[in-house]
Design a protein around this ligand. Structure first.
Ligand code: ADP
Ligand code: MG
Length: 236
């Protein structure tokens, strides 16, 4: 649509001209660990975007969040920063997958994985990418190593849940549903419900969506516990 094209153009321009968020806050005031601050310095990001400013402090408190914010608003760091903070603060007692990030497409999963890798550089936290179109046996081996973070598309991770014997979600501490509206419009509702049902009840869930449709609300009711709702309008 035309709106989407305009947004794309604005986003492209913002990336060309080194986008500086309008928020007053600085990442250095967020009490983040030094590996996270180092990674942000590598990115040359000093200030959080609006969605990051609003959601990171609440996510760090362990709250469930339902966030609506458009494409390009900086949602990836809004969940990756709290994830790395959490994993570092509570180092693992046992070898297990502790965080699951679900995205609708392979491309989005890969983009998220690339950012996650940057944070991993300064920590011993490992993430893996589990998406369709790649060899199942190779992925099964990756999952056998119990990576702390799994970034996945729903269909393929359900496949492993059912068929990769040592892989389970019973130690999940944080679940991210990224682009929830697209996850649902692509027909993943049942798959997501199944995946959520395999996770422990006691966990933190962060749901992100460009729009809050009725179906996204339903998903929020099913998988989130007393969520705080945050809505950010488009602005750069
Ligand atoms: P979304 O998931 O909301 O579509 P992304 O997380 O992909 O958005 O981020 C969009 C763009 O903004 C990316 O190019 C990213 O590198 C950039 N970005 C994210 N956070 C910041 C920030 N705090 N300062 C400057 N640029 C940022
Ligand atoms: Mg995104």
């Amino acid at each position: 649509s035309q709106v989407r094209e305009t947004k794309k153009k604005i986003l492209k321009k913002s990336q060309e001209t080194k986008f500086v968020p309008k928020t007053k806050a600085y990442f250095k005031d967020f009490h983040l660990s030094s590996p996270i601050l180092k990674t942000l310095r590598d990115f040359k990001y000093e200030k959080p975007t609006e969605v990051q400013e609003k959601s990171i402090p609440l996510a760090l408190e362990g709250r469930d969040l339902a966030i609506s914010a458009v494409t390009g608003s900086g949602k990836t760091l809004a969940f990756l920063i709290p994830i790395f903070h959490h994993l570092q603060l509570r180092s693992r007692k046992q070898n297990s997958t502790r965080v699951l990030i679900l995205t609708p497409t392979r491309e989005l999963a890969k983009q998220c994985f690339d950012v996650s890798e940057k944070f991993s550089k300064y920590t011993d936290i490992d993430s893996v990418l589990i998406v369709g179109g790649k060899r199942v046996d190779v992925q099964a081996n990756l999952l056998e190593n119990k990576p702390e973070i799994v970034i996945a598309t729903p269909g393929r991770i359900l496949d492993h849940l059912l068929n990769t014997r040592s892989f389970g979600l019973d130690k999940i501490e944080m679940l991210v549903l990224d682009e929830a509206d697209r996850l649902l419009s692509m027909g993943f509702e049942k798959v997501i419900n199944r995946i959520v049902s395999e996770c422990p009840k006691k966990k933190q869930t962060l749901l992100f969506s460009a729009t809050m449709t009725d179906k996204v609300e339903d998903l929020t009711t099913i998988s989130l516990n007393k969520p705080i709702r945050i809505s950010i309008n488009f602005q750069l």
